[in-house]
Design a protein around this ligand. Sequence first.
Ligand code: ADP
Ligand code: MG
Length: 246
Amino acid sequence: MEEQYKVKVSDLHKSYDGVHEVIKGANLTVMPSEVVCIIGPSGSGKSTFLRCINKLEEFQKGHIFVDGKDLADPKNDINKIREKIGMVFQHFNLFPNMTVLENITLAPVKLGKMDKETAIKEAHKYLQMVNMDDKADVRPTTLSGGQQQRVAIARALAMKPDVMLFDEPTSALDPEMVGDVLNVMKELAKEGMTMIVVTHEMGFAKQVSDKVAFFYGGVIKELGTPEEIFDHPQEPETKSFLDKVL
Ligand code: ADP
Ligand code: MG
């Protein structure tokens, strides 16, 4: 029987200039409801890896399967696959000229997922989940970074994704804002969302991950449970990285 993975990356290779590979044969399998945290040094290719998973970046070799659909197969409708993959960025990327509510209802209505009335109802539901429903009618620019990031998470959830990708969602936040965003992510994990999270928050990675992937030099150098990676790292590069950040 076929493995019931949610995301499977196999032998992924990617270069930006056609010469220097940034991703050099990376592999990762994520099962439904699993939370995988990706840690590793700056410049090792973590963002590029994540961006390949929803085809924000092209890749030259390898396969990425999401719900069994191969992103490398030109016959597959990439926009349809992408609708099922929510992404949250370091810098929120909300539309500044729209209200919080409009930010959230835009894509589901535009893509014909639901009518406007339903989208608004749904949006309030997700805003309640991230504790931002009282700010539905304001512009994002009037909000703190942590509040904007929680709206960005609600916006991604409104598309009812199968998988959520987070690229350092708390790195741009003031320290006192980090906890609220991490709590929302913990809640999502508890509800069974499949999540791939690039993060420098080692406490979060330890507490919430099913697996931790140590990304180094364009590959996943070491993969294991939080205990394996944080308490018994095997690779010298993992040990040296953890010595610096813990
Ligand atoms: P990380 O997220 O781990 O810090 P990145 O994926 O951002 O790493 O970057 C990996 C490598 O790819 C770096 O050497 C970076 O300079 C390069 N890179 C990232 N984005 C681009 C781009 N759009 N064009 C060219 N090179 C890039
Ligand atoms: Mg990055």
